[in-house]
Ligand binder design. Structure first.
Ligand SMILES: Nc1ncnc2c1ncn2[C@@H]1O[C@H](COP(=O)(O)OP(=O)(O)O)[C@@H](O)[C@H]1O
Ligand SMILES: [Mg+2]
Length: 361
């Protein structure tokens, strides 16, 4: 799958710009603050219908404007697909091949993109919530219903918490929410654990290739309930066993919203002990494993976006990383301050971004 072309209108600092991309390697350079990351974000938005982070629409639309557009043409196995996203203060309207889509999963299930961002190290060094987020994004590649389940699950937890905080008789309504939490939570946990099982062997291999050393890397999924057997039942039991405790605390302490995925580097919790460079290498290995899984499970090559990838990596690691990228057969978009920051011998197209305008070099 490749993105052939892209038109941006009032998207962040792009007023109006059209791009025609290379099928393999697109290098995006330019000084700080001119729109390199914004361009990657537009591609991400077009492929997933989401910006990089939760944002208000008015932060995505160019300052002072009321509407924005992202339009692009993908080349997929089943032919050309045109995606057109219109943004306004109220939200977004998505068109696929000229028809309005009411279910954005039609997009997310179709165009896979893997994004390497500088803040990916948060998955390693940050909180369990950051790691849950990484894992849920990973799962969503293979299970397009996952985000919807997460949303419903989180609503059920909020409802249960609201009841826990009231002094009224609780049991009947609580049972109803317990049922929903167990059912959705069981599905969420199952998918996360199954995905980690597939991820594990890949991450270690990629890490050691980039770092050119032999580190033991483990990925664990820790939960207050057992992660074996019938997970729905385990959660239901956990909720009941912890009911008094939950009433005292005023919130639900059992379920996938409390689970803790962990990365273990040579026997130690990476969130506490990994150095900045190790965290970066691990974050890259996690994304590279995501590419590998998409290829093996879905049989397609995702579009790969890399933002400022080589900062904080020593020369050796940089060389191995770019070697991996050269071997990747799919389409790559990579930003860098200088063209010399990127080591790539193959054919490519270079874009110089200045003030929301692009020049090809
Ligand atoms: N909604 C917006 N409208 C106009 N400009 C924006 C908007 N959001 C961010 N910007 C501008 O985009 C610029 C940052 O672009 P970015 O792509 O992050 O730069 P870089 O080239 O360093 O990656 C900043 O100058 C910021 O003010
Ligand atoms: Mg940037």
């Amino acid at each position: 799958m490749q993105l052939k072309s892209l038109t941006l209108q009032n998207f962040k600092n792009y007023r109006r710009e059209t791009f025609s991309f290379h099928d393999r390697f697109n290098l995006i350079t330019g000084e700080n603050g001119h729109g390199k990351t914004n361009l990657l974000e537009a591609i991400h938005f077009l492929s997933t219908t989401r910006p990089f982070k939760q944002h208000k629409m008015e932060d995505i639309i160019c300052f002072g404007q009321t509407e924005g557009r992202i339009k692009g043409e993908f080349n997929t196995r089943s032919g050309l697909s045109e995606v057109h996203i219109m943004l306004d203060r109220g939200g977004k309207t998505i068109k696929l091949n000229g028809k309005v889509l009411y279910d954005s999963r039609k997009i997310t299930g179709r165009f896979n993109v893997v994004t390497f961002l500088p803040e990916d190290t948060e998955y390693v060094k940050g909180s369990p919530a950051d790691r849950r987020r990484y894992l849920d994004i990973l799962v969503s590649n293979f299970e397009p219903v996952h985000p919807r389940d997460l949303k419903q699950y989180s609503r059920a937890v909020s409802q249960r918490n609201a009841i826990l905080q009231k002094a009224t008789k609780k049991s009947d309504i609580l049972e109803l929410w317990d049922g929903q939490i167990a059912e959705l939570g069981g599905r969420i946990m199952n998918r996360r654990i199954a995905t980690i099982e597939k991820l594990k062997p890949l991450v270690a291999g990629i890490y050691n290739t980039i770092a050119h050393q032999k580190k033991q890397i483990k990925v664990e999924y820790n939960s207050p309930v057992s992660t074996e057997g019938n997970l729905e039942e385990n959660i239901r039991e956990g909720l009941q066993t912890n009911l008094q405790h939950d009433i005292k605390r005023g919130h639900t302490t059992v379920g996938p919203h409390r689970d803790q995925p962990e990365f273990i580097l040579d026997g130690r919790d990476a969130s506490k002990f990994a150095s900045q460079g190790e965290a970066k290498t691990l974050a890259i290995a996690l994304r590279a494993a995501e590419i590998s899984l998409i290829r093996s499970i879905l049989g397609r090559l995702p579009i790969v976006l890399l933002d400022d990838i080589s900062s904080e990596l020593d020369r050796g690691r940089k060389l191995f990383l770019f070697k991996l990228l050269s071997e990747f057969q799919g389409q790559i978009f990579i930003t860098a301050l200088e063209t010399t920051d990127v080591i790539y011998e193959g054919q490519k197209k270079t874009f110089l971004i200045k003030d929301g305008k692009a020049k090809t070099a």
